[in-house]
Design a protein around this ligand. Structure first.
Ligand code: MTE
Ligand code: MO
Length: 529
């Protein structure tokens, strides 16, 4: 450490005197130092959060998320008055206000930490929690949006712990000047780095910002579903029939989502076709949009898992586009490719028959969220996502399965993936304690593009009992079911199985998700008392 290199004899004599004035000044200066250390720590955390937001191309940084939350929590008339007072500057002022507020809390954290390190850490941790909360409340937020506030809080705690070394009351004034200089140097370096990180984050996020702006300015002729047509079976605790965009499961290989603005997006249709097509976004929209409720699920969904969701999609039928291109009778597959190079092979028949296989541009009446494939993705009823649901799609090649291996096929998964008939118990929860007597049991069952005809529930090793089915608008969505259980005391197991409209009953044979989807009956344990 540089401190020990300086001989104490460098100090002016006066500073070595321990009269009360000097002690008081040093106490004050160490408090100022503690406050600065706290503010700088928070600055470092904010800078780290910004750069991570940019690197991962997330939709929202913690500063913006907290700022938006402040707007949400501000009474409407007050917010309006404030906006009309500052006009166009409302957004920048809000960002500055949020940053200044955060730095202020940093001062508090630093001052507290000088006395009780844990109290300072608690303030920083609480700020991280607020950041996570705000990020999760933001529109179309993803799990990953929590990462920047968490990482930011960790960085700020580490920086505070580091700077705290300089802000402890100096020992007898002996090294006061020296440690002050070392402190200023360290704090200055950290503060400068924070500014550089924040600027880098802004620069890295510019693509994402452009895409969000383009998405916000689109005026598609689509409507939010007012009353979803799938009637709920009326059991508390069962996942709702229609999934909001926020709650829709997300699976992809993109660490940073592709940035495609509609004006620049092109879809090339080629391969075994009569005419190659290159479509613009407007070319696509000109064909008119079809609405379809389709339940999408992932082949990696474990029995009882949650990688399945249901939305109203709006898009253009793939069949119409393929018809225009003129498909060769020798082809049996379509290889679709995303802007980030991910690809998958889909049976040509599923894209040309009468089902609503869509080049989707909207989800639940909104332009596709960026994480779900903006501006255009494919959705095919009846097939797992890994063989059909290409997000950020830019290329469609009509070809033969014999002539390619798609992304997941190269990694040991099946080349084709029709959805397996499945069912899930949502209520009661696995491991729940319930009172003896009537217990509402319910869940969902799915066999997209085939349809669900029956669901049965079994208690322990008893008989299979028929459940009541809620109605659905088509065979492409999941279906809710309900069953009333007259529960007697003790530990029980509940199992569920579905029968699809082709007459096939779900097998109880247990298989893992690789290579083409799990099988088995979802079974839960319940204690009745
Ligand atoms: N470009 C791209 N599209 C993709 C994927 C991907 O990794 N990259 N994953 C697929 C898989 S495995 C699934 S299950 C669905 C999930 O779509 P969602 O994230 O909108 O729910 O997208 C499919 N489309
Ligand atoms: Mo998937």
């Amino acid at each position: 450490m540089t401190v020990s290199l300086h001989p104490p004899s460098d100090r002016p004599i006066g500073r070595r005197m321990r009269d009360h004035g000097v002690v008081a000044v040093e106490q004050r200066s160490s408090r100022v130092r503690a406050g600065v250390a706290g503010a700088v720590s928070v600055g470092a955390g904010l800078g780290a959060a910004e750069v991570i937001t940019g690197l991962l191309s997330l939709s929202i940084s913690p500063v913006i998320a907290v700022g938006e939350e402040v707007i949400r929590l501000t009474p409407g008339d007050l917010a309006e008055a404030a906006i009309s007072a500052v006009g166009q500057l409302d957004k920048p002022l809000l960002v500055i206000g949020t940053v200044v507020g955060a730095l202020g809390l940093g001062v508090l954290a630093g001052v507290l930490a000088a006395r009780w390190m844990l109290a300072g850490v608690a303030v920083l941790a609480a700020m991280g929690v607020v950041g996570v909360f705000a990020a999760q409340r933001a529109a179309d937020s993803a799990m990953a949006d929590s990462f920047p506030p968490v990482a930011g809080a960790v960085v700020s705690v580490l920086v505070l712990a580091y700077l705290a070394r300089f802000s402890r009351p100096a020992v007898a004034g002996s090294t006061a000047d020296l440690s002050r200089r070392a402190f200023l140097r360290s704090a200055g370096v950290v503060a400068a780095s924070a500014v550089v990180l924040a600027a880098a984050g802004q620069w890295l996020s510019r693509g994402r910002r452009a895409v969000e702006a383009a998405r916000a300015s689109l005026a598609l002729d689509v409507h939010r579903p007012s009353a979803p047509p799938g009637v709920e079976a009326g059991v508390n605790g069962v996942e709702s029939w229609a999934t909001s965009n926020d709650m829709f499961y997300r699976i992809d290989t993109a660490l940073s989502v592709p940035h495609l603005v509609p004006e620049e997006w092109r879809l090339r249709v080629h391969g075994m076709v009569d005419r190659e097509l290159v479509l613009t976004y407007d070319d696509l929209l000109r064909r008119g949009l079809v609405d379809a409720w389709i339940t999408l699920c992932c082949v990696s969904n474990e029995i009882g898992g949650s990688l399945i969701s249901n939305a109203k999609w709006s898009g253009v039928r793939v069949a119409d586009v393929l018809e225009e291109a003129g498909v060769s009778p020798d082809a049996d597959a379509v290889l679709s490719t995303s802007a980030d190079g991910w690809n998958c092979g889909t049976p040509l028949a599923a894209l040309t028959d009468d089902r609503n296989a869509l080049l989707a541009v909207a989800m639940n009446g909104e332009p596709l969220p960026v994480e779900h494939g903006f501006p255009v993705r494919i959705v095919v009823p009846g097939l797992y996502g890994f063989v059909s649901a290409t997000k950020w799609v830019v290329d469609i090649e009509v070809t033969r399965f014999a002539d390619f291996a798609a992304y997941w096929t190269e990694r040991g998964w099946s080349p084709t993936g029709p959805v397996k008939t499945q069912s899930r118990i949502d209520a009661p929860r696995n491991g729940a304690d319930v009172g003896a007597g009537k217990v509402a049991v319910g869940g969902i069952a799915w066999a997209q593009h085939t349809g669900i005809d029956a669901v049965e529930v079994r208690v322990d090793d008893g008989e299979w009992q028929p459940a009541r089915l809620a109605s659905v608008p088509n065979v492409d969505t999941w279906r809710q079911w309900a069953w009333e259980w007259d529960a007697g005391p003790g530990d029980h197991r509940l199992a569920v199985r579905a029968t699809d409209s082709s007459g096939e009953t779900q097998t109880g044979e247990v298989a893992g998700v690789v290579p083409d989807g799990a099988t088995g009956w979802h079974t839960i344990s319940v204690t009745v008392s």
